[in-house]
Design a protein around this ligand. Sequence first.
Ligand SMILES: [Zn+2]
Length: 481
Amino acid sequence: MTETASPRRRWPRRLLVLLAIIALIAGGVLIALHRAPLVTLPDASPAVVVIRDVRVIDVIGGEALAHRDVRIEGADITAVEAHAPDGDHGRAWVIDGAGKTLVPGLIDAHCHVDALATAPWDLSLPDTDLALERLLFSGVTRVFDPGAASPDIFDLRDAIAKGERLGPTLHAAGPILTAPGGHPIPMFRELAPSFLADGLIEGAVREVAGPADARAAVAPIAARQPTAIKLVVDALPTEAPTLSVEQARAVVDAAREQKLRTVAHIGTTADALAAGRAGVAAWVHGVYKEPIPEPEIASLAAFGIPMAPTMVVFWSYARMGRADYPPTDLERAVASDSMLDARAEAPDDFVPQPQITAYIDLVARNEQALAGNVRRLAAAGVTMLAGSDCQAGVIHGPALHRELALMVDAGLSPLDALRAATVSNARFLSEQDDPPYGVVAAGKRADLVLVGGDPLQDVGALADIHTVILGGVPLVRHPLR
Ligand SMILES: [Zn+2]
């Protein structure tokens, strides 16, 4: 495991960096040799799969359809019919769905697939394959990556689409557009080893002061056919520069010239309003720094754009290294004890800059405000998208389940949380009201999760995973324990 052997606490930072360099040199081959995959393809991919006598959640109609036979041919669902007890399924691969529930494959609308999921002080190597496996293991069959460390993300997207790499279908934004010196530059300088920070910033960030910068930054990204262009309208930490409305509009205009949508990282109500006025297609965080003043709820809803509140990343920031952070069963199935333990406690020599500490304090103070904002915006008609913002402490796959639980805690129904992670995300990503995935129905892509229990009563049932089907192929899952 890349994330098991990390020496922590009391070790001088310079020694850790030296170890990291040695590990990087030796790493690639050793990882491939020593790490057992969490998910594999079956020995033979069946031409036809039938899930018999299963309860199907119709996420659009909002009801459960009892006793259905779901037929899959190739990558598509071809029939959802009343269960025929004597049905002859010929040579099909038959999965008994009795007592179980079938939902669309989950979609994460905010997942940095190349980000390390370890705590920042738990030094380890990036392992994108591991992230992809964790996602699939957790029933996440599609993700939107709104900001990658390198434009290689587009190559990864294409390799997955061609079947050359095993992973959820990937949508990507590529590098992040931000104000000169804006987020995520200060965070990278703070959290990444100095010898890595410059390369990370060069790959992941495009600094934009005005229209010319915006066009120059967008053009090469547009050539890679991103799902959207990502921009930052949030002072993070609070002293950092951020895009003004005019600068944000320059980015939106540059993207529109290339027929591309934009999505915005936001923090305050003013940020959300600025991004909305600039013309973005979605907010990819909630308003997490303050309660939204009541009159602005209607102003935000009037933009008619969706929001991925990513409550889990702020929930995690508020706890990582500071408070009780018990792992979920799904986290224990995909991550080592040392990684999960490291998340609970920071080493003594990990002392962040005061402005980073102040930022985390601000996030922690506003946890209930964020939840209230989500509840109030949803009630005002804002479509919620489910996204986790996978990164430090926020583990690819299990984090989306945490996000759904936080949505329900905030006051959404389990059905609305499930919709956020399926049909709503699908509509946003596909730009179609009747999306070709994210729904269990004939003619849709067969990305599916078979779970125990009733997710319409308890959204936690989505983590009780029996089978994950990716493009018609039932995957073989290998939990760590
Ligand atoms: Zn993010």
